[in-house]
Design a protein around this ligand. Structure first.
Ligand SMILES: [Zn+2]
Length: 175
């Protein structure tokens, strides 16, 4: 019966989770979900806040606040962290960001301890989707603490699961 608590936890997590599934929160590991649907490429990044700014609390006034704003500004410009093949003629819509603890006042009772995730979601629309063979991921350039990116691809003809390590950029969407 050892599997029972696991099942119960998974069921509870599924109920609590938003529409998309969250992976485990591991510092240094980012999760990138790519979904291709005709001309649309949906990109969703879920990362520990630690991998973005090196802590998981509200930024302190001064350098930490500046760094937090810079990180969110970078994420809000999709081409600064991910670039579809130029031949596909893709353009990014607005980026929706869940800022973790990087923005806004702390709700009453929030503690400095505990974990926080930052999320970014954007839809790219491509004029020539057949030419979309892959994307270049620039997250290692942007965030020095990122060590690994676990990539899930839905709707492509390339591998559904890919892993990028520091120094790698390319995610194949087609064979
Ligand atoms: Zn954490």
């Amino acid at each position: 019966m050892r599997s029972l608590p696991t099942l119960t936890l998974a069921a509870a997590a599924a109920l609590a989770a938003p529409a998309h599934a969250h992976k485990a929160h591991v510092h240094g590991v980012m999760n990138l979900n790519l979904a291709i649907d005709g001309p649309v490429l949906v990109v969703e990044l879920v990362t520990p806040q630690d991998s973005v700014v090196g802590h998981e609390r509200r930024p302190r006034p001064g350098a930490e606040t500046t760094a937090a704003a810079a990180a969110l500004a970078l994420l809000s410009e999709a081409p600064r962290w991910l670039q579809p093949d130029a031949a596909a003629g893709c353009s990014a819509g607005p980026v929706t960001i869940v800022p973790g603890k990087l923005e806004g006042p702390a709700p009453a009772g929030e503690k400095d301890s505990g974990h926080a995730d930052v999320e970014a979601r954007v839809e790219w629309r491509c004029q020539a989707p057949a030419a979309l063979k892959g994307v270049d991921v620039l997250l290692f350039d942007a965030f020095r603490r990122a060590e690994r990116i676990d990539v899930q691809v839905a709707g492509g003809s390339g591998p559904a699961k890919q892993t990028l390590r520091r120094g790698q950029r390319r995610v194949a969407l087609a064979r």
